[in-house]
Design a protein around this ligand. Structure first.
Ligand code: FES
Length: 227
């Protein structure tokens, strides 16, 4: 029974030069970046929820005619899905920004360029100037919207991360304000298993490339924004 439960646990297995093979009945929905009049990313809006399936394959090459699902096009376009991302753990790669009651870790190598953090003078300035609960609340909100997991806030008193609670689920990101699609947003500590057999660091939120152009596969590096 324990073995069966483990086999049914959510996971994403990367097929060599092919799709993301998702198992464990992971909920899938479209997640749309909402922009303000100035073009800044300000919120998330949930779009279509796909019927729950025990297993499904998500396109990784960017060429499917049935996105977000794989339709086998990767075999025709000779997709090179070679994984080149660093396996150094997040905290060993992060730089730190210090505020009064909070601190923020920042590992730019995870960035998918959704631009929630650049409003006003930017999240870095907000953390450094944090003086009161209102500023703390704003910083927590901005960092929680960083779907790539590049930014993490920490409570200086407890030493604990101030992470949003995310159920295991996947969002296929779209940014209508930019006219481009975005990455696969993996939420709730779903293990991502390399085509070479190892498991990447399990995190609360990461973004995986689904345009096929990232130079940091399997993670998104914002290349979908380049026309
Ligand atoms: S990975 Fe199969 S069609 Fe894109």
């Amino acid at each position: 029974m324990v073995g069966e439960e483990m086999n049914n646990a959510p996971q994403i297995r990367i097929a060599k030069n092919g799709p993301y093979l998702v198992s464990g009945g992971v909920p899938l929905s479209r997640q749309i970046i909402v922009c303000n009049d100035a073009g800044d990313s300000v919120a998330w809006q949930e779009g279509e929820r796909y019927p729950v399936q025990e297993r499904y394959a998500l396109c990784r090459c960017g060429g499917s005619g049935n996105k977000p699902f794989c339709d086998g096009t990767h075999l025709k376009n000779y997709f090179d899905g070679t994984e080149t991302a660093s396996r150094v753990p997040y905290l060993e790669r992060a730089e730190w920004v210090e505020g009064q009651d909070i601190r923020m870790s920042d590992a730019p190598g995870f960035c998918s360029h959704a631009r929630f953090c650049v409003r006003g003078r930017g999240i870095w300035d907000l953390v450094e100037r944090q003086r009161d609960p209102a500023m703390m609340e704003k910083a927590v909100e901005e960092v929680a919207r960083c779907h790539s997991g590049r930014l993490v806030l920490w409570d200086k008193n407890t030493g604990e991360p101030m992470e949003p609670v995310l159920a295991p689920s996947i969002g296929v990101v779209e940014g209508p304000g930019e006219g481009v699609t975005g990455p696969v947003w993996v939420r709730g500590r779903i293990p991502v298993i390399s085509s070479r057999g190892f498991t990447y660091e399990v995190r609360n939120r990461v973004t995986l490339c689904r345009c096929g152009r990232s130079g940091n596969k399997p993670f998104c590096d914002g290349s979908h924004r380049e026309k």
